[in-house]
Design a protein around this ligand. Structure first.
Ligand code: PMP
Length: 426
């Protein structure tokens, strides 16, 4: 079948969308032409999906996903909270509710954040369906096709795909052990004064596990203020500190109201609840709320009520201390295995919290090309190249140490390091 937008060009059928640009398309089982948006071609997540499918296999030792430990979930406490919600307020929990989110939950979150230095009330908070939705809403609120988004290099892979889905251009800024390099940020801002947004993960960063110094935080905030650039500060790991002193969030120092802060229950309570939140200045929160309503009306009433009741009846900080002790043990074990077995010339980060560390191998290794060898030896990680915006960096990888047991860490790290050493000797 030929659609009105199908033209013959160079002997092939080209399909055009209504704005006159070529349109991604494929045929369905009946041979009918399906015309897609340009946007969907920027959302190719299949490579990552394949890695994660591999890691779901029970015979694989996975350092790939960002999954909390199964023992980290307070299953009994959440079961009691869910029972209480459904028996005391069942119909309300199963009903639609306010698009900003449950006010008693937002009040509790505002209290927690005030104690951490962020001046806010429940009115400054919008509940979202996981902070991943916050990334998408930021795209909806700020980005047009072609817009630049400044981000750390490397950065969270699913943030890159979320922003790319708005056909924008991630603009990577150099980072070192203290965070974004201010000289490079200033250079990029001067070259791209039209940049629309800056996305950062200053504490226990994904993928590197690094934490920015206070000076860098202040420097980045000052530059963003000077250029009128909104900042999206993503902090899903900040509470999982198992050594060192907390460093203030950018939001806690944001007097100009340019920072949107994103929090999440995923790593401190449960990702299955799909609960995150945004904290932003009123005019901006209003825009996020409109985008949220268009996306999914509201965040799950049931999940919010369960989390609210959990917070009412339990000590979240005690749960965080328990999880942090577990992850510290796993980090220490992973680091000692890597220090012993990585090939000479390799290095890795020493995160003070969070779920990830980052390995840089000597030149000559391609961590993507080694994936099939690793899979055959039943170990998985995420190759570093996935986290860079447009940089063909071959010798890095991200390791998650929260989800594997101690025995698996010892065995998996030893197999993985042997494969790296063998590859270098070839
Ligand atoms: N931001 C970062 C940096 C992440 O690592 C993740 C998940 N791993 C998310 C956002 C999304 O988390 P969630 O939607 O579960 O809150």
């Amino acid at each position: 079948m030929t659609s009105p937008w199908t033209r013959k060009s160079w002997g092939r059928t080209a399909v055009w969308n209504s704005s006159g640009t070529p349109c991604p398309c494929s045929s369905n089982k009946e041979g009918r032409l399906l015309r897609f948006s340009n946007r969907i071609s920027h959302m190719d997540t299949s490579a990552l999906r394949n890695v994660l499918a591999l890691t779901a296999r029970p015979d694989i030792i996975s350092f790939a996903g960002g999954l909390p430990a199964p023992e980290a979930f307070p299953v009994e406490d959440l079961r009691r909270a869910a029972d209480k919600v459904l028996s005391a307020r069942g119909p309300a929990a199963l009903q639609y509710s306010a698009s900003l989110g449950l006010s008693s939950l937002r009040e509790k979150l505002a209290r927690r954040h005030r104690a951490q230095g962020i001046s806010c009330t429940a009115d400054d908070i919008l509940m979202v369906s996981g902070s991943q939705q916050g990334l998408d809403l930021a795209g909806k609120v700020f980005l047009e096709p072609g817009d630049a988004v400044l981000c750390e290099n490397p950065t969270y892979l699913a943030a890159l795909t979320a922003f790319r889905s708005y056909e924008c251009q991630p603009l990577p800024v150099e980072t070192d052990d203290e965070g974004m390099v201010l000289e490079d940020l200033e250079r990029k801002l001067a070259a791209h004064p039209e940049a629309k947004l800056m996305y950062i993960i200053p504490t226990f960063q994904n993928p590197t596990g690094k934490t920015w110094s206070l000076e860098r935080r202040k420097g980045v905030l000052a530059l963003a203020e000077r250029y009128g650039l909104p900042i999206l500060e993503d902090n899903p790991y900040g509470d999982l500190r198992y050594e060192g002193e907390p460093v203030p969030t950018l939001k806690s120092m944001d007097t100009a109201g340019i920072v949107t802060y994103m929090g999440s229950f995923s790593k401190v309570l449960s990702p299955g609840l799909r609960l995150g939140w945004l904290i932003a200045a009123p005019a901006l929160l209003e825009k996020y709320a409109s985008a949220k309503e268009c996306a999914d009306l509201q965040t799950s009433t049931l999940s919010q009520m369960v989390a609210d009741t959990y917070l009412e009846d339990n000590d979240l900080d005690a749960n965080i201390r328990r999880i942090s002790a577990l992850y510290k043990k796993r980090r220490d074990l992973m680091l000692s295995c890597l220090e012993r077995d990585l090939p000479a010339g390799a290095s890795c980060t020493h995160p003070q919290g969070g779920l990830f560390l980052w390995v840089t191998l000597p030149e000559g290794i391609d961590t993507t090309a080694l994936m099939p060898v690793m899979a055959a030896r039943k170990v998985a990680y995420i190759p570093g190249v996935s986290f860079f915006a447009g940089q063909d960096e071959k010798r890095c990888l991200r390791l998650n140490y929260s989800n594997a047991s101690e025995d698996q860490i010892v065995l998996g790290a030893s197999i993985m390091c042997r494969v790296f050493r063998d590859a270098l000797e070839k």
